[in-house]
Design a binder for this molecule. Structure first.
Ligand SMILES: Cc1cc2nc3c(=O)[nH]c(=O)nc-3n(C[C@H](O)[C@H](O)[C@H](O)COP(=O)(O)O)c2cc1C
Length: 210
């Protein structure tokens, strides 16, 4: 039950105390994100780790002035591919085949089927699909942070286009999808710290079709 206890402990922290999270805990959280599953194993996202206070100050107004951006120890930006291309898919598949010592044409039929599905759907669908994959890694990072007793605030509350410009993500073929601030809760200033966790009751959440 320890994962459940960790998930009960965590909450979306509204005030952080500025203390630094040790590097090994950050590495652990990033590794959990890296190990996330993704559709066709493409991992169409990257994580930017920001510890530069000046940069954090620049991000704060872009993130609707949320204080956690500057009071966090680390700000993670999950950025997803802005589209799928045959080249991007090919690169991932070739790396997989190389790692597994398999012939380079092993995934050709699968790749052709996948591209046949993805190509007509267009860049907007691609970017949205890639961002959805980033959410899975994001969830893993949130759980790993809780396990490490590191506080985190998941954030969609930011102007993605402005953040893309600031971090020059368009030049890398990426779009910011999510922000995760990591740090430690400021118990005396966080209005949410002692609030009950509220979730949909299990009988409304789970339908058993036996
Ligand atoms: C994708 C996503 C985006 C969120 N964006 C923000 C945000 O911008 N700012 C914030 O303070 N909380 C944000 N939250 C936190 C949610 O409001 C919070 O997770 C939810 O109310 C459940 O509460 P808990 O996480 O404290 O248990 C976000 C959560 C998720 C999963």
């Amino acid at each position: 039950m320890s994962l459940i206890n960790d998930l009960q402990w965590r909450y979306a922290v509204k005030a952080m105390n500025g203390k630094t999270v040790p590097q090994e805990k950050i590495d652990y959280i990033l590794e959990a994100a890296r190990l996330a599953p993704s559709s066709s194993g493409l991992q169409p996202y990257e994580v930017f780790v920001i510890t530069n206070k000046e940069l954090q100050e620049k991000i704060k107004p872009i993130a609707f002035d949320q204080n956690q951006i500057v009071d966090a120890s680390h700000v993670l930006v999950f950025a997803a591919w802005d589209n799928y291309t045959l080249e991007r898919i090919e690169t991932v598949f070739q790396a997989t085949l190389q790692a597994r010592n398999l012939p380079s044409d092993t995934m050709d039929a699968y790749k052709a089927r996948l591209w046949g599905l993805y190509e007509p759907l267009g860049d907007a669908w691609h970017a949205n699909h890639a961002a959805k994959q980033a959410y899975i890694a994001f969830g893993m990072a949130i759980a790993a942070a809780a396990e490490q007793k590191v506080d985190a605030t998941p954030m969609e509350g930011f102007d993605a286009e402005a953040l893309d410009q600031l971090l020059q993500l368009d030049q890398k073929g990426l779009k910011s999808a999510l922000v995760l601030t990591l740090g430690y809760r400021d118990e005396s200033n966080d209005w949410l710290v002692n609030m009950k966790k509220v979730r949909t009751p299990k009988d409304q959440f789970v339908t058993e079709l036996a």
